[in-house]
Design a protein around this ligand. Structure first.
Ligand SMILES: NC(=O)c1ccc[n+]([C@@H]2O[C@H](COP(=O)([O-])OP(=O)(O)OC[C@H]3O[C@@H](n4cnc5c(N)ncnc54)[C@H](O)[C@@H]3O)[C@@H](O)[C@H]2O)c1
Length: 109
C-alpha cells in the first residue's frame, strides 16, 4: 500500500512543523510549503535530523497560483493541511484574510 503524502502549508511555522513531526512519526510523507516570511528552515533541519529523512520544502507564496498548481499537478497528495497565515498583531487583517482565502481556490479545483 502506498504511503500517504500530505502538503503542509506554513510548513516552516510553529504549528506546521509540529503537524509535520506527527505525520512523519505516523508513517506519512510530507511536503512543506512556506514563503519563509516568518518560518524558520532551522525547524525543518531539526525534523530531518530527528526522523533521519529528507523533507522537501517548497519556498513559495500561497498567493502564487501558478506555483501552487504546478506543485499540486506534480504530486498525488492525500490531503492538504493549511497553516500558512499571518498572525502577528499589526499585520493587516485584509492581508491575512487574503492569505487564508487564496490557497482554497487552486487547491480545491
Ligand atoms: N501558535 C499557536 O499556538 C496557534 C494556536 C491556534 C491557532 N493558531 C493558528 O495557526 C496558524 C499558524 O500559526 P503558527 O503559530 O504556526 O504561525 P507561524 O507564523 O509560526 O507560521 C505560519 C507560517 O506561514 C508562513 N506564511 C505566511 N504567509 C505565507 C504565504 N503567503 N505563503 C506561504 N507561507 C506563508 C510563514 O512564513 C510561517 O512559517 C495561524 O492561523 C494561527 O492563528 C496558532
Amino acid at each position: 500500500m502506498n504511503r500517504e503524502k500530505w502538503l503542509i502549508t506554513g510548513g516552516a511555522g510553529y504549528i506546521g512543523t509540529h503537524i509535520a513531526d506527527l505525520f512523519i512519526a505516523d508513517g506519512k510523507d510530507v511536503v512543506l510549503l512556506d514563503s519563509l516570511y516568518q518560518g524558520l528552515s532551522s525547524r525543518i533541519d531539526y525534523l530531518c535530523k530527528k526522523h533521519n529523512t529528507d523533507i522537501p520544502l517548497e519556498v513559495v507564496d500561497i498567493r502564487d497560483y501558478t506555483a501552487i498548481e504546478n506543485i499540486l499537478e506534480n504530486n498525488n497528495f492525500s490531503g492538504i493541511v493549511h497553516t500558512a497565515a499571518l498572525k502577528a498583531v499589526g499585520e493587516s487583517p485584509l492581508q491575512a484574510n487574503a492569505n487564508s482565502v487564496q490557497i482554497q481556490t487552486p487547491a480545491l479545483k
